[in-house]
Design a protein around this ligand. Structure first.
Ligand SMILES: [Zn+2]
Length: 59
């Protein structure tokens, strides 16, 4: 089973993530590579804190 990052489309090769072609798209499972996982977590927290700021300023 090939694991491909759904954000940057790198493919997991052993313990590293590389830009390479996927041989069989049916055998690909999508996940986040560590870089994009961190980025998405950061974006999520920024979104939450932004909403909190909006909510607290609205009251
Ligand atoms: Zn990625």
């Amino acid at each position: 089973m090939t694991v491909q990052c759904c954000v940057c489309h790198r493919v997991k090769v052993e313990d590293t993530w590389k830009y390479r072609a996927v041989e069989d798209p049916h055998e690909v499972s999508h996940a986040y590579c560590p870089t994009c996982l961190e980025a998405s977590k950061k974006a999520m927290w920024e979104e939450i804190s932004r909403r909190r700021t909006v909510m607290s300023s609205a009251t």
